[in-house]
Every structure is written in structure tokens, then in C-alpha cells.
Design a protein around this ligand. Structure first.
Ligand SMILES: Cc1ncc(COP(=O)(O)O)c(C=O)c1O
Length: 399
């Protein structure tokens, strides 16, 4: 056990028990590494489940927080906020979008997408259209609407009745989507790669096929790039790898270097449906978070991290495929850029624990997929270090 006396007892006593936590108490981070209360150092391949895209405590992120904290932390969105304007401008410049709405989490960003889709359908003369088609295996958040958009019944259990207006289809099955579109359909919503669902990568023609279908039927294409955004998959936004653009997109996680953030981006004709009084978020785009978001985007661009993530992702996946040849119980190594899944023949929880004992943090999903999410600026020798630990741990499985 590597925790300060009493922390675990107090956590179990006072914090709502919504997470099954590992017995590690982390107190410091730098680059790809974190340290616990006992001074143990871990190579972190979880990275706040995709939040710490620039690694821990990037000096420019820390400096941006310090600078803005001394100037202005928060004012209401009743006033104009310079960093928020800069962030909106920067996001529109690097994406398909014309406008940004700011909030505080991925769930909230998706909630905004869902509300906007319904409102847009009404504003454009289709009050009968309110249904959204989502994909089995998806994850969109924990609010009631995003939970319902999440097409995995295990997350629904106990929270019924769920809001109506969601239809589910298998991921990567264009024909099923076509067959499900009906007179009430307003939008199709999906993650370009399902991160939580097991790092599920679509066939190359799936997203272009959905784009075509949306254009033919006058539907909105909503992409949840909460996980896949900001270089994670070797493109600034994952959909760019597939040569298409959505109408609306949800962002969060890595945008503000570890501060809570969410954003919804939309094309002008759709964004118009949010007018004063229709939607809001008290903290959304506040001066602190927005100024850090601006700095994060500059760092990603100035340090060339999108192309670097692609290069390191290919290297990492190549090394993991070597392990696959060695260990027959590795079924598949898949992903794009630095969003990598290693599918095993058995649940990976034991691997998490054994890696942790050897100073490596990885996060396996319930359904036998080891998920690897390094910082975008991970070094080649850190990847080698991780592969060496995995080699040793996988070699010892069953012993
Ligand atoms: C693709 C995707 N969408 C939405 C969410 C929800 O984000 P949040 O937990 O910030 O509400 C997540 C969280 O993991 C996610 O991976």
C-alpha cells in the first residue's frame, strides 16, 4: 500500500463512492511521471483519462495559470471576456466551426449538442424531429440526456425513466444507421473512435458514409471528440483523418491542460439556434480556464504535437505488436495516434495492478481492453520503458 495514513479510510468515509479507486495517493506530477505519498515514481499511461495531453504540469500551462490567476479569475458571461474570445477564435480557426459555446465537462458539451440539435430542428421547420441516433458501445457522459445517448444499458440501470428520443445502432454499421433514420430523426451522434467502449476504430468509409447520409436526409452530424480531440489520434480532431466535417462537435478533456472545461463547436446556421436565454453555463469559458485553453492550443501547435503523436503512436503500436507476436493471449493492438487499445483474451485488471507495482500506470477497461493514453509529448525512451514493464508483466501472467 502506498498511501498516507488515513487517506483511504477518509476517502471511503467521506467521498461518494462513484469510483473504484486503486490504493495510490498521487501528490506530484511532471511530464510523463507522477509520484505518490511514499515517493514512488510512476510512468503515467492513463493521463487523467486523456485530460493531461501535455503531460503533468507543463511549465507553460503552469505559467499561464499563475499569470491569469493574478489578473482575473472569474466574471459572469454577462460581460465580454478577452481570453474566451481568443479561445473561441482559435478553436474556429483550427476547425470546421464558426462559433463556440463553453461549459465545464464533456457531458455538458454533449448535452449542449443534443439541445442544439433539437432546437435547430424546430427552428428549421421540423418540430417533429427530435430523435438522435447513437452507437452501441458509445460513451457520452453521465447527465440524464448524455447517459441515454450512451448506448450501453449498464450505465442506464437504476436511473429510469430515461428521456425519450434516442435510437441505438451498432457502431460501424452504415446500413443499420440508414435503416434507423426515420421521420423523427434530427441527428446522428457518435465518437469517431470509441475510447471508453474499447478503442473501437471505424472502417475508413463509416464516417464519410454518415456524412453523406446526413446531407441526403437533412440531418445533423454530431461528433463527440471529447476524448479524441486536440491531437490525441494524430490529427487535431479525429474526423480530419477521415476527410469529413461534422455540423456540431463536443470537446473537453485536454483543452485546458487539466482545468475543468467543455466546449461545443457548431457551424453558423446551426449555432444560430442558441440565442440569449436558450442555454448557458455559469463557469463556461471563464477567464482562467479560457486563457489556459489558448495557451494549450499554442503549445500543441508550436511543439508540433499532432504530427509527433502520430509518429509516437506508430512507434508504440509497432512495439505492442511485437508483444502480440510473443503473447498469444493478445488478440489485437488497435488505435490511432496515441489512443491505443490492447485487446486481451481475459480482463486486464490484474495487469493494471502488476504494472502499478512496477511503476507503470495503465487502465484496463472491463471488457478486456488495456487502454494506453500517454502524454502527446511522451518520449521514445518512455515508450521503451513502458513496453519493457508490459513485457515482464505479460510474461508473468498466469504465474
Ligand atoms: C467520448 C466522451 N464523451 C464524453 C465524456 C464525458 O466527459 P465528462 O466526464 O467530462 O463529463 C467522456 C468521458 O470519458 C468521453 O470519453
Amino acid at each position: 500500500m502506498s498511501c498516507q495514513e488515513g487517506w483511504i479510510e477518509d476517502a471511503n468515509r467521506y467521498i461518494a463512492q462513484t469510483y473504484a479507486r486503486l490504493p495510490i495517493c498521487l501528490i506530484k506530477g511532471e511530464g510523463s511521471y507522477v509520484w505518490d505519498t511514499e515517493g514512488h515514481k510512476y510512468l503515467d499511461l492513463v493521463m487523467g483519462i486523456g485530460v493531461n495531453g501535455l503531460g503533468h504540469c507543463h511549465p507553460r500551462v503552469v505559467a499561464a495559470i499563475r499569470e491569469q490567476a493574478g489578473k482575473l479569475l472569474h466574471v459572469s458571461n454577462l460581460y465580454h471576456i478577452e481570453p474566451q474570445i481568443q479561445l473561441a477564435k482559435a478553436l474556429c480557426r483550427i476547425s470546421f466551426a464558426d462559433r463556440a459555446f463553453f461549459c465545464n465537462s464533456g457531458g455538458e458539451a454533449n448535452e449542449a449538442c443534443i439541445k442544439l440539435a433539437r432546437k435547430y430542428a424546430k427552428d428549421s421547420g421540423h418540430p417533429e424531429r427530435y430523435e438522435i441516433i447513437t452507437m452501441e458501445g458509445s460513451f457520452h457522459g453521465r447527465t440524464l440526456a448524455t447517459l441515454t445517448a450512451t448506448a450501453q444499458t449498464k450505465y442506464h440501470k437504476g436511473f429510469e425513466p430515461l428521456p425519450e428520443g434516442f435510437k441505438y445502432v451498432p457502431f460501424n454499421d452504415l446500413k443499420a444507421v440508414e435503416a434507423t433514420v426515420g421521420s423523427k430523426t434530427a441527428a446522428i451522434m457518435l465518437e469517431p473512435i470509441q475510447a471508453l467502449g474499447g478503442v473501437n476504430v471505424p472502417a475508413d468509409d463509416f464516417l464519410p458514409g454518415l456524412r453523406r447520409l446526413c446531407d441526403e436526409k437533412g440531418l445533423l452530424l454530431i461528433l463527440d471528440e471529447v476524448f479524441t480531440g486536440f491531437g490525441r489520434t494524430g490529427a487535431m480532431f479525429c474526423h480530419q483523418r477521415y476527410g469529413i466535417e461534422p455540423d456540431v462537435m463536443a470537446l473537453a478533456k485536454a483543452l485546458a491542460g487539466g482545468l475543468p472545461v467543455g466546449a461545443m463547436l457548431a457551424k453558423e446556421k446551426v449555432a444560430q439556434s442558441f440565442s440569449p436565454g436558450t442555454h448557458a453555463a455559469t463557469f463556461g469559458g471563464n477567464p482562467l480556464v479560457a486563457s489556459v485553453g489558448v495557451e494549450v492550443l499554442k503549445i500543441i501547435q508550436e511543439e508540433g504535437l499532432v504530427a509527433y503523436a502520430e509518429e509516437m503512436g506508430n512507434y508504440f503500436m509497432g512495439r505492442l505488436k511485437d508483444l502480440q507476436r510473443k503473447f498469444g493471449f493478445i488478440k489485437e493492438v488497435r488505435g490511432k495516434g496515441l489512443l491505443i487499445g490492447v485487446e486481451l483474451e481475459f480482463p486486464g485488471k490484474e495487469i493494471d495492478v502488476r504494472c502499478q507495482e512496477k511503476g507503470l500506470l495503465v487502465n484496463s477497461l472491463g471488457d478486456k481492453v488495456l487502454r494506453i493514453i500517454p502524454a502527446l509529448n511522451v518520449k521514445r525512451e518512455e515508450i521503451d520503458q513502458a513496453v519493457a514493464v508490459l513485457d515482464e508483466v505479460l510474461g508473468g501472467m498466469g504465474k
